[in-house]
Design a binder for this molecule. Structure first.
Ligand code: PMP
Length: 328
């Protein structure tokens, strides 16, 4: 679908995914005027297909577009585009529990111009890919790398939206993590470099205490953290499971020392691609700390299971799944 100042959004089309020509002077390639989303469609327990939290993704997509000076895609248009694609691809949505249809909406500046100003023409499209859970079929706790050298998002910058350029910060940081035998990088705040903000492309949670006294803590959304939709689900599901859930800053010193003392019993991260992902070990130049028994704990497991039930339509008392009618 295209946007131009006169016609606004127009020309919605469904086409096969494949290479397409692009002028080398396209604004998006030079100044990165690009935002995107990531959401999933699942095969529901009753055989139908449901898109998970499409409205929340549509709203975040609007906020992202507005922050980067682009015309927002109205929520109804976004949802209609997603529904149309999923309906056309309905048979590709796998029955296998470990698989889903990952949807990638993208909005980019289409003009051919080297002028550094918001473009005049935009394109919005949605792609679909069958995917496995990000961390594979065997759920295991990940090892994470703290490196004070890298920050993902600066105050008053673009960190709170899904702006493509935000992800460039990860290339070197991910390499450093991999060189130190780690799966993911821990993002600290850009100013004091001591507050834990995110983990890779996921939100982070800490569990203090055990059993019915366990409390779930996640850093507050102060503008440099992406308001994850899985984060929002976990805040709701955590409360429903009877845990105390709170948003509070956690420093690296507090995180590591409380893991050593056993006061923090679990750490996990959340995202559309990964679901709920337990952290087993924290590494930095100062050494390694094991979280709990290093295998992930019961709170993360309970939340992962609850989330799965909603994604698969086994629980439906929250309006999170939009059922897509069967294709003919
Ligand atoms: N933080 C960042 C930086 C991300 O890219 C993502 C993935 N969208 C998340 C957190 C998790 O967000 P969500 O749960 O909406 O996928």
């Amino acid at each position: 679908m295209h946007w131009s100042p006169g016609r606004k959004w127009h020309d919605a089309q469904l086409s096969r995914l494949g290479p397409r020509p692009m002028h080398p002077g396209t604004v998006a390639l030079h100044y990165g005027q690009v935002v995107f989303e990531g959401l999933k469609a699942y095969r529901l327990a009753d055989g139908r297909v449901g898109v998970f939290r499409v409205d929340a993704h549509a709203q975040r997509f609007c906020r992202s577009a507005e922050r980067i000076g682009m015309p927002p895609v109205p929520t109804e248009l976004f949802c209609a585009a997603v529904r149309r694609l999923v309906r056309a691809d309905e048979r590709r949505v796998p029955d296998d529990e470990r698989l889903s249809l990952y949807l990638r909406p993208l909005l980019f500046a289409r003009d051919e111009s080297l002028a550094l100003r918001p473009a005049d023409e935009y394109e919005f499209l949605v792609m679909a890919f069958v995917t496995e859970d990000f961390f594979g079929t065997v759920r295991r706790a990940v090892t994470v790398w703290i490196d004070e050298q890298y920050s993902r998002a600066a105050p008053r910058g673009t960190g709170a939206v899904k702006y493509a350029g935000n992800y460039a910060a990860a290339y070197q940081a991910d390499r450093a993590a991999a060189e130190n035998g780690c799966d993911q990088v821990v993002w600290l705040d850009a100013v004091e470099r001591r507050w834990v903000e995110e983990l890779g492309a996921m939100n982070i949670f800490f569990v203090r205490g055990t059993g019915s006294r366990a409390r779930i803590v996640t850093p507050p959304l102060t503008g440099t953290i992406l308001p994850g939709i899985t984060r929002d689900c976990v805040l709701t599901l955590g409360t429903r499971l009877g845990y105390v859930v709170e948003e509070a800053p956690v420093s690296v010193e507090e995180w590591t020392s409380c893991c050593r003392s056993g006061e923090i019993t679990e750490t996990f991260a959340t995202g559309t691609a990964a679901g709920v992902c337990p952290v087993g070990e924290i590494r930095s130049s100062r050494g390694a700390v094991t979280v709990g028994d290093g295998q992930g704990g019961p709170v993360a497991a309970a939340l992962a299971e609850q989330l799965r039930r909603y994604q698969r339509g086994l629980a439906d008392d929250l309006p999170w799944v939009s059922v897509v009618p069967r294709s003919l």
